[in-house]
Design a protein around this ligand. Sequence first.
Ligand SMILES: O=C(O)c1ccccc1NCC(=O)[C@H](O)[C@H](O)COP(=O)(O)O
Length: 607
Amino acid sequence: MTLIKFCGTRSEEDYKAALRSKADFIGFIFADSKRRVTATQVKAWKTSNTPGSKKLIGVFVNESPEVIKKTAQQAGIDGIQLHGSETPEDVKNLKKETSLTIFKTIHHSSKALEQMKLFEGMVDGYIIDTKTPEGWGGTGTSFDWEAVPAYSKEAEEQNVFCLIAGGITPDNIKDLLAFKPHGIDVSSGIESDERNDERKMMIMSEAAKKSYQAPDALGRYGSFGGKYVPETLMYALEELEEAYKSIKEDEQFHNDLWKELSEYSGRPTAVTYAERLTEHFGGARIYLKREDLNHTGAHKINNALGQALLAKKMGKNQIVAETGAGQHGVASATVAARFGLSCKVFMGAEDMKRQELNVFRMRLLGAEVIEVTSGGRTLKDATNEAIRHWVANVEDTFYLIGSVVGPHPYPMIVRDFQSVIGSESRRQLLERTGKLPDEVVACVGGGSNAIGMFHPFLEDEEVKLTGVEAAGKGVDTSLHAATLSKGRKGVLHGSLSYLLQDEDGNITEPYSISAGLDYPGIGPEHAHLHETKRVNYVPATDSEAMAALETLCQLEGILPAVETAHALAHVEKTAPKMNKDEIILVCLSGRGDKDVHTIQNVLEENE
Ligand SMILES: O=C(O)c1ccccc1NCC(=O)[C@H](O)[C@H](O)COP(=O)(O)O
């Protein structure tokens, strides 16, 4: 994975932002520069904000060994970067006198490779930077990155790494990464108005740390995903993929989306410390990511807003959607009203009964709710009908899919729009607790809240990720929706994933108390994360979910959706076994107002 050094830290704010970022090294300039800082400043920032596993590096230019040693000791840094014309003799002497990590900067030139050889065995790493008449470093000027592989090779032969510096920005970082550098070192490229800009740091971090790359060009996550659709839909999917590619790079689109997410839906959503729940279990500290506080009461609106804006951009004025629990139907009807689009929602007859209130809400919002009476009359059947309608009306209709399922590019698009959940939580927890959570938990039906929560944590290997499936009456009965625990590979709704099916490959009817988890398949990326073991998928039964729902209501005054209660059921099992200094983050994907009838019936039956 690409190493990151963010340099030029010149205030406590800059330092805190660097701590929150994915940087491996944080640099401070102790040389002549507009970014120069003192050892006393660095020591004070470090005392009030511990750097954890990040290494603090002081940058010096042709400084005396005495000043270097004194400054390093006063500031309490881990390493020094010699950024001038220091000789191998200087480095050897410093190495003898300190136990600090030493990086040597070599300025790019036709002699640079020869110079590296002179320092062999003396340094812990190299920085290759551009020197200009204006300065030794921090100049914002890049060199010809065709030379990067040769520098990496020389460093590898010396068993050390080599960071590339000079003029790296959010706009050109991908060009540099194509040369596979060991790491990057950036100053000017993360600055706005003389201070470090956290948004730029995030863009750089995300690009550099992305070792997890999925889907591939064919829309596959490992062996899962793809596009298993009739010829008539191929053109529509290609058109969608092209449109999505163009908005992905379009800053205006992202600004428009963020405006809707913040001003209309109320993002960022809060992270709530569940103090009484934590005390009740006596183990890990429990934090709830409050997607229930979104407009319309669940995470579904994140994706609906994104896809509706995309539909408008593509000139489509009709939206078709499927819904199970009704949350995605409500979110689709809502965005259609907001953007002046017409909206048809297909819903299984069984789900319409269970979610009467949401049917009324969708109609009130101006959507046409179409009852589906085929098959088991639930989400799978509603999805079949929605796809059928789309095939027949593909010219002017946009299929606004509600989960990370369906043919490529849908699972990728929905994941990207939902990843706001995980990236916000990651930042919020780091700000609040100074560390990442030890475990992140989310319920999984099709899997959109879970993938949105997990995706920004996939590179954080120390964070355990747990998806909770609906085990209904128990995974050893025929009444469950535990696709990964009990399913096999197969194709449904245009993609290859795990499915509940009989010996002949017929899809079997899933069952769960919660309409939103009642789906016989699961998003292909979850199937991949299950096979690669990056995410652990566990089941929770109806009764475990209902018990967890009551506990949260009574201890925290929050009524979660029945779907969400499955994630809480896992927390009941795992939190008591964890230490008090550990943290569990739970995606509270939606609120339970829509489920009050179901809850009332279950509780009355149990009386
Ligand atoms: O950043 C400075 O002001 C500086 C001044 C003198 C010597 C070195 C300096 N910076 C060293 C770094 O490690 C920078 O990150 C590196 O030069 C890249 O800078 P930039 O081109 O601005 O990204």
